[in-house]
Write a protein of this length. Structure first.
Length: 69
């Protein structure tokens, strides 16, 4: 499973908000909604987030293995 938890921490450290992403960075509101819901987004969106936040991909997403029962 992909988690966007690092994104929210990176945004906090950089003083960025979803407003910053949408209106200053050009990230669509539907992409922001998908990020908040933990749904998939395009690699173009991930690339744009890295540029806006001046960070690397590991500061935006993390892979968490599914729990096996």
């Amino acid at each position: 499973m992909i988690s966007y938890a690092p994104l929210w921490e990176t945004m906090k450290k950089r003083g960025a908000t979803t407003y910053t992403l949408e209106f200053k960075g050009g990230i669509s509101s539907s992409s922001i909604r998908r990020l908040k819901a933990g749904e998939s987004v395009s690699t173009n969106t991930l690339d744009a987030l890295c540029k806006i936040l001046d960070c690397t991909l590991d500061e935006i997403i993390i892979y968490l293995p599914d729990k096996q029962t």
